[in-house]
Design a protein around this ligand. Structure first.
Ligand SMILES: CC(C)(COP(=O)(O)OP(=O)(O)OC[C@H]1O[C@@H](n2cnc3c(N)ncnc32)[C@H](O)[C@@H]1OP(=O)(O)O)[C@@H](O)C(=O)NCCC(=O)NCCSC(=O)C[C@H](O)C(=O)O
Ligand SMILES: [Mg+2]
Length: 291
């Protein structure tokens, strides 16, 4: 099994907010997205870029995964954002408003031209109607190693803006888009994290949306405030009951009498070898979180 990197809590912070960049060294998020795009006003773009890249170079974020979100390819800031981000060497660079695989190929070519370290991955915001309609081809871009593609990030605010869909409890208007993006990501073995929950005061609504995202198959959720981290970390981690059941399934198939069986009964339920594979992933995720 490949190594699992937990991405339960993926916290955005405005690159222009020096205090937040500092504070983030102590926040228990799995991943930090240091934003140069929507969270930063046009007049603050250059300052934000310099601050973010200095923070990444300075380090001190421990095991937290660091991602820099650039401005879009069609903006006057993109070229300088990409060059500075490549030089700062974050774990990944997040590209907003990716609507086709060609965009990822273009970014990959630019990164190669900048001699960007091969370890730097590219993440894609899935937040336009065209991205949903073309999600399968965008995810398939992972097969072109030049793209460095590793993860999809849902941009539900931009999707709501572009489609005029409303945010309603249960997200019925968005479910087809969320599941389309998840299917595309899983078909090509890339990770995918859910969109943000804008209401910072609605804890019950936020918890429900985390649970919905987990049940749909997301690896984690993007967040906008440190106060959302603990809930996302708890919801997207396997709990004790899930871990002990997973260990029991693995142990059952390890028994010599089950060596030639494809399906067995365990505690009144049918379990197949595919469940043992799923159980191994749950245990590996639990161990990665523990570490
Ligand atoms: C939403 C906020 C503007 C609220 O900020 P504020 O009113 O200052 O909140 P608090 O007073 O509760 O803050 C308490 C302390 O926590 C720090 N803080 C706040 N938010 C963050 C954060 N995201 N990361 C790190 N630290 C944070 C404050 O500095 C306070 O610290 P202290 O001074 O020591 O007390 C604010 O939370 C915020 O800006 N959030 C992020 C907004 C953002 O990044 N938006 C863009 C991403 S969302 C998006 O674009 C999704 C996608 O593209 C789509 O289309 O859907
Ligand atoms: Mg967006």
């Amino acid at each position: 099994m490949t190594t699992i990197r937990p991405r339960r809590s993926v916290l955005y912070m405005p690159g222009s907010n020096a205090r937040a960049l500092e504070k983030a060294r102590e926040i228990a998020a799995d991943t930090l997205i240091l934003d140069l795009e929507d969270a930063v006003a046009p007049d603050a773009k250059e300052t934000a870029r310099a601050q973010v890249c200095a923070a990444v170079k300075a380090g001190g974020y421990g095991r937290r995964e660091l991602v820099i979100r650039t401005n879009g390819l069609d903006t006057p800031w993109f070229a300088a954002d990409l060059a500075a981000a490549a030089e700062a060497r974050p774990d990944a660079i997040l590209i907003p408003k990716v609507s086709s695989p060609e965009t990822l190929q273009q970014v990959g070519t630019l990164l190669d031209g900048l001699w960007a370290a091969p370890e730097i991955r590219v993440w894609a915001m899935i937040e336009t109607p065209l991205a949903i309609l073309d999600a399968e081809r965008i995810a398939r871009a992972v097969q072109d190693r030049r793209t460095r593609l590793a993860c999809f990030v849902m941009g539900t605010n931009d999707l709501a803006k572009e489609t005029r869909a409303r945010f309603v409890p249960g997200r019925a208007p968005m479910l087809p888009w969320l599941t389309t993006a998840i299917l595309a990501a899983r078909a090509y073995g890339i990770d995918i994290v859910d969109g943000v929950y804008n209401n910072l005061k609605d804890e019950a609504g936020f918890t429900a949306e985390c649970e919905q995202g987990r049940d749909l198959g997301f690896d984690g959720k993007t967040l906008i405030h440190p106060g959302q981290v603990a809930t996302a970390n708890a919801v997207f981690a396997p709990d004790d009951a899930e871990l002990s059941r997973a260990r029991a399934i693995i142990a059952a198939f390890d028994q010599p009498e089950n060596a030639d069986k494809g399906a067995i009964q365990l505690d009144g339920r049918m379990v197949e070898r595919l469940h043992a594979e799923m159980a191994k992933r749950v245990v590996a995720l639990g161990e990665a979180i523990e570490a």
